[in-house]
Design a protein around this ligand. Structure first.
Ligand code: C5P
Length: 244
């Protein structure tokens, strides 16, 4: 849906970035939220922001942080200078909705909004660029995801197997998730008003009866959740550095 330029070439659709970073990271048990833990010599969030700030059609980046977050000011000033900050909400969906209201001007309805977890520091800028090309004229948007490799079991209350769930056609959702601005804004507002638990942006879009595209992600785009994930993220970053 890029606009036609005066020389006949198509201009790429503007991209606005929203980063939920207001979680407490309770599963990490580290005392400070996981997005600020040291990773390969700098705070985890600096890796994530550097990857996002490399997006070619980037208009603006808004980060939703916990109100009064004491760790944010310790991030590199050069990175902080390139993003806007808003207060996050009680849920991830509320944090993203706040971020959408934090842009310095209202994006056009058809502009892309790219949502990416601060807790995924290994996302590759090249994959983001390819994802935006793949979605190009899509009226809705899509997300990176991985087909399930393991056999899935549903447990009963005694933690015994109640059923094996067929895994064909099941995917694990990652971020980035990229949607048209007007759709995402309406989807999140309606989802939040419903009181349902919304665990990603795609779920809010699905509630509108729309079908986000699934685009293959990669195993290295991990969400740092547990203490052992930090070493894994460090390994992936080192490997990516060696390949570039
Ligand atoms: O908790 P989880 O790992 O699912 O969080 C995913 C992302 O959402 C993290 O970057 C976290 O900081 C963010 N989040 C948020 N506001 C909340 C809860 C989580 O911005 N209320």
């Amino acid at each position: 849906m890029g606009a036609q330029g005066s020389d006949g070439t198509r201009e790429a659709t503007p991209v606005w970035v929203a980063v939920p970073a207001a979680g407490s990271g309770a599963r990490m048990g580290a005392g400070i939220p996981k997005q600020y833990l040291p990773l390969a010599g700098k705070p985890l969030a600096e890796h994530t922001l550097a990857a996002l700030l490399a997006v070619a059609q980037l208009r603006e980046t808004v980060v939703a942080i916990a109100p009064g977050d004491p760790h944010w000011p310790a991030l590199a000033p050069a990175l902080r200078a390139r993003v806007r900050v808003v207060d996050g909400g009680a849920t991830r969906a509320a944090s993203v909705a706040n971020a959408l209201r934090g842009f310095s001007r209202r994006p056009d309805p058809g502009d892309w909004v790219l949502v990416h977890d601060m807790a995924r520091p290994c996302v590759r800028p090249g994959r983001i660029a390819a994802m935006l090309r793949e979605l190009d004229a899509d009226p809705v948007g899509g997300l990176l995801a991985l087909p399930l490799a393991d056999t899935l079991k549903r447990a009963d209350a005694a933690q015994r197997v109640a059923a094996t769930v067929p895994r064909d056609a099941l995917w694990r959702a990652q971020t980035p998730q990229v949607f048209r601005f007007a759709l995402l804004e309406r989807a999140l507002d309606e989802a939040l008003a419903s009181g349902e638990e919304i665990t990603d942006e795609a779920m809010a879009i699905e509630r509108l009866g729309l079908q986000p595209r699934l685009l293959p992600g990669s195993e290295d785009n991990i969400k740092v959740t547990r203490p052992e994930d930090l070493a894994l993220a460090e390994y992936h970053l080192a490997r990516q550095g060696a390949q570039s």
